[in-house]
Design a protein around this ligand. Sequence first.
Ligand code: GLY
Length: 369
Amino acid sequence: MDIVKVALGARAYEVRIGPGLVARAGAEIAPLLKRPKVTIVTEDRVAALHLDALTSALAAEGITSEALVLPPGEATKSWAHLQEVVEGLLAQQVERNDMVVAFGGGVIGDLAGFAAAILRRGVRFVQIPTSLLAQVDSSVGGKTGINSPHGKNLVGAFHQPSLVLADIDVLGTLAPRDFLAGYGEVVKYGGLGSLDFFEWLEAHGPALAEGDRGLRQEAVRRSVQMKADIVARDETEQGDRALLNLGHTFGHALEAATGYSDRLLHGEGVAIGCALAFETSARLGLMSQEAPSRLRAHLAAMGMKRDLADIPGDLPGVDGLMALMAQDKKVEAGRLRFILARAIGAAFVADGVDLGVVRGVLEDGLAGR
Ligand code: GLY
């Protein structure tokens, strides 16, 4: 097992990464509990595959558990389901010192974490992320929340988990498309902060996608280590943490444009968004023209979407996409902020980007459809 520490003083915690962690969850969680009782928040698909294993692992350590099982999918990150979870936790008589267990992908982690943040003004929670995306990104760093009709993740709170258990074995039950969407976030880490990691992914990405568990564990460990280092420097995104949003300004606009549907999964939007951010950087003369081509070549080698042309169905025109980007949380004083890069592994936060160049990148991308 690998352990990555998220060094946040009184809110510090460990991310434990390895095989068999769901089966050992009781032993991992027991030392944190004030009484041997937890409430699990999960969703139908994860429950069908893994809930028995989790409840047995808890019971083996004498921990009783109840589960709130929600529908799968992004639409669950809503006011209505937040209310359902909060009221469900209260009905379970979850107390201030109890532990909530978020057991699922990014949707469940964000929703259950936010419910924990506001229940009785804050109860502790453990993240057991079951998707690659949640293991490398959303379960670590304490961003929790729901979507609003105005946009994604616009309502939420920073609330750090007490522990994260990333079980590499559960990745084996993901559909290939979901696994690769999560891989979009893994590539993001190489793109934003480490050419060395990007080169490692170029060498090992295909074997990792095929199922090599050792390589999967190493990819999760390196991604989480990079995220933990950034979060420890800038927990509430006053500066460097925004680097983790490489590809997200474009990606969120594309997700909104496709109605948060399975036309485009979040990680797919991030991968295309990284390619668009690199292309913008190259056109601004910040990075060589080879860098976006190299990123896109790796995404192609992995069988991933990398261009606007790869998104099925209609998309809005350039004006529509620019308007969707203006709803981004990184808008400051009405100005869009982008994460651009000087090279693969050298991203930076850019204010005052020439929007004409961004429009040109989108126009050319749309023309290729
Ligand atoms: N997913 C970006 C962040 O946690 O800051």
